[in-house]
Design a protein around this ligand. Structure first.
Ligand code: 5GP
Length: 190
């Protein structure tokens, strides 16, 4: 998505050869026009998949997931991150490491909002090692719902997350792929 690449070049800050700060458009501030454009793009790519629910993990994926769900005319449900996890019989839970925070968090999704008859589109902001995504994929599998695919705003292709998820046979559509962040430069995969 060329518009998104342009914005990443203008506003992204390379913090290290692994981390790109994108607070201006994804992780702190949201540009509604750009976000709706991203939603339209994901909706177009998955329109034939019979999606009944869009799902994401809080918090940075919510805006794009909302835009996608709006375009597809289906509900959005976001898995919540919990600090402590008391066993909840009404929820699916997974423990996942956090790439940027260096801690583990528990993600939780109520059984009420994920049914076995659902066809689910999972939207995520950035995929690095894929731990957060794999956690939610496990929850979707446990619910019996069908995962039609994963839409990722930014795939960091030099980290293994997306590749290992594709190897599970899951369709991933990334709006932008980053091949490297070395020497403070953002290199895209064409
Ligand atoms: P993963 O579980 O795939 O290793 O990391 C996924 C989460 O970590 C993303 O949803 C995102 O919030 C955060 N993350 C991973 N890499 C980056 C990065 O380079 N920049 C930013 N801003 N967030 C990142």
């Amino acid at each position: 998505m060329e518009l998104l690449k342009k914005r990443i070049i203008e506003e992204g800050i390379v913090l290290s050869d692994k981390v790109l700060k994108l607070d201006g458009l994804l992780n702190h501030q949201v540009d509604p026009q750009l976000t709706m454009e991203m939603g339209r793009e994901f909706a177009a790519r998955f329109r034939e998949s019979g999606v009944t629910r869009v799902v994401t993990v809080e918090s940075s994926g919510i805006a794009v997931a909302f835009a996608t769900a709006y375009e597809l005319g289906v509900p959005l449900v976001f898995a919540r991150r919990k600090k402590t996890l008391l066993a909840d019989p009404d929820a699916y839970c997974e423990r996942v490491p956090s790439f940027t925070k260096g801690i583990v968090t528990d993600i939780m999704l109520s059984r009420e909002y994920m049914k076995s008859e659902d066809r689910v589109l999972f939207i995520d902001d950035i995929i690095a090692n894929g731990d957060a995504a794999k956690g939610l994929i496990k929850i979707i599998a446990r619910s019996g719902a069908e995962l039609v695919g994963l839409g990722v705003v930014i795939e960091k292709a030099f980290q293994s997350g997306a590749q290992t998820i594709r190897e599970q046979g899951i369709r991933i559509e990334s709006l932008v792929k980053i091949g490297s962040l070395t020497d403070g430069k953002i290199k895209f995969v064409e």
